[in-house]
Design a protein around this ligand. Structure first.
Ligand code: XIL
Length: 365
């Protein structure tokens, strides 16, 4: 079932966080506190290795994040490397960490065209065995039943460039095996396995003020409409929010209209993977930090002005470990580090952190 904002509030109220009274304490209050005060959440994607090995990282995550998601460890190539081999150890470790620190945890992601084990990618398109889809969801969602607050059930099913009128990703192993029906099958199966978890459809590149992003928005809305008209149990849309400050135009109006369109379908919205790629920006990193902060502020201001948007997770928390420095589409060609997360390499708050705080603080309750 849907975990509404009221329920979020209740779970926050129980969090053992000391909120200081002095102006100094207030100015350094962590994001999770700012967010919860305005009935929103803030969280971050984490990796077990870093949680285990870096105390400073651990401290920042505990202090700032109210909800965790695994950056890679709840993907199928990690959870089911072989047909008969499941490996839950890393997911268990993050869940234990989250529970110990009164943090929620969400699952990412059950069905994706990427991060699948080789054996599965080979087998599924030949056998078209639905059990390879449903058996996995039953096993994973069932194992973490009532412990994860939400699941990204299907991730990135849209790719208008693949040429279908529906805009669905034709090249996905799932589409190739089952056609569009894999999406509803996955949601029904997830709901049956954990009736308490909020079920998300998660999608990328939905905020650009460019024609190809508009095609993705149209296709996403149409897909959501079809799912809802068939009574598929979907609770929310996850908007990844990987912004590219110098490469993809963003406009408040376009983003705002899209959020309204999604909300009018009765869905909640979460920004699930927020960061701001700075590749292609000016040499001067002070200027870049200011640009990243300003875009963050605009984007989150629009998002949090909508009651349907329940919060935001950043994809990582420190530039030290950001995928933006590794991924071929986002990294700087000269190998320098990206600066697209709220904390820098030395775990110091950046202007982006201030922008996030300010956006949460301005959120109407
Ligand atoms: C990324 C991870 O951050 C990388 O470390 C990994 O190599 C590839 O996947 N959209 C998603 C996430 O839904 O799962 C992706 O995570 C980033 C884009």
């Amino acid at each position: 079932m849907l975990l509404g904002r009221r329920d979020f509030l209740r779970s926050w109220a129980a969090l053992p966080i000391l909120i200081g009274n002095s102006a100094k304490a207030e100015s350094s209050e962590p994001l999770r506190v700012r967010a919860s005060r305005h009935n929103r959440i803030y969280g971050a994607a984490v990796c077990t290795e870093q949680l285990l090995s870096n105390e400073e990282y651990r401290k920042v995550i505990v202090r700032e994040a109210g909800i965790l998601v695994a950056e890679g460890e709840t993907k199928r190539n990690v959870l089911q490397p072989q047909r008969n081999v499941f490996n839950f150890s890393k997911t268990d470790a993050i869940l234990k960490f989250a529970q110990h620190n009164s943090q929620l945890m969400r699952g990412h992601t059950l069905v994706w065209h990427r991060a699948n084990p080789k054996w599965l990618s080979e087998e599924i398109v030949v056998t078209r065995d639905e059990k390879l889809l449903t058996g996995y969801i039953e096993a994973i969602v069932g194992r973490y039943r009532s412990q994860l607050n939400s699941w990204d059930v299907v991730n990135e099913a849209i790719e208008p460039d693949d040429g279908l009128v529906s805009g669905l990703r034709q090249q996905s192993i799932w589409f190739r095996a089952f056609g569009e029906s894999y999406i509803e099958t996955a949601f029904h199966c997830a709901r049956a396995a954990d009736p308490d978890a909020s079920l998300y459809y998660n999608e990328a590149n939905l905020e650009g003020d460019v024609a190809w992003s508009e095609r993705r928005r149209r296709a996403t809305l149409k897909l959501l409409e079809r799912l809802i008209s068939k009574n598929v149990p979907i609770d929310a849309l996850g908007i990844q929010g990987h912004l590219k400050a110098y490469r993809v135009k963003y406009s408040d109006e376009v983003f705002s209209r899209f959020l309204d369109d999604v909300a009018s379908l009765g869905l909640q919205i979460l920004i699930t993977e927020f960061d701001v790629a700075d590749a292609g920006g000016p040499e001067d990193h002070v200027q870049r930090d200011a640009d990243v902060a300003s875009l963050t502020h605009r984007f989150l201001d629009v998002a949090f002005s909508k009651p349907s948007v329940i919060g935001c997770l950043t994809w990582g928390i420190t530039d030290k470990y950001s995928w933006l420095s590794r991924d071929e589409h986002y990294r700087w060609p000269d190998g320098q580090s990206s600066r697209g997360l709220p904390f820098d390499q030395e775990f110091k708050q950046k202007p982006m952190w201030d922008a996030m705080v300010s956006a949460y603080d301005k959120t109407p309750i």
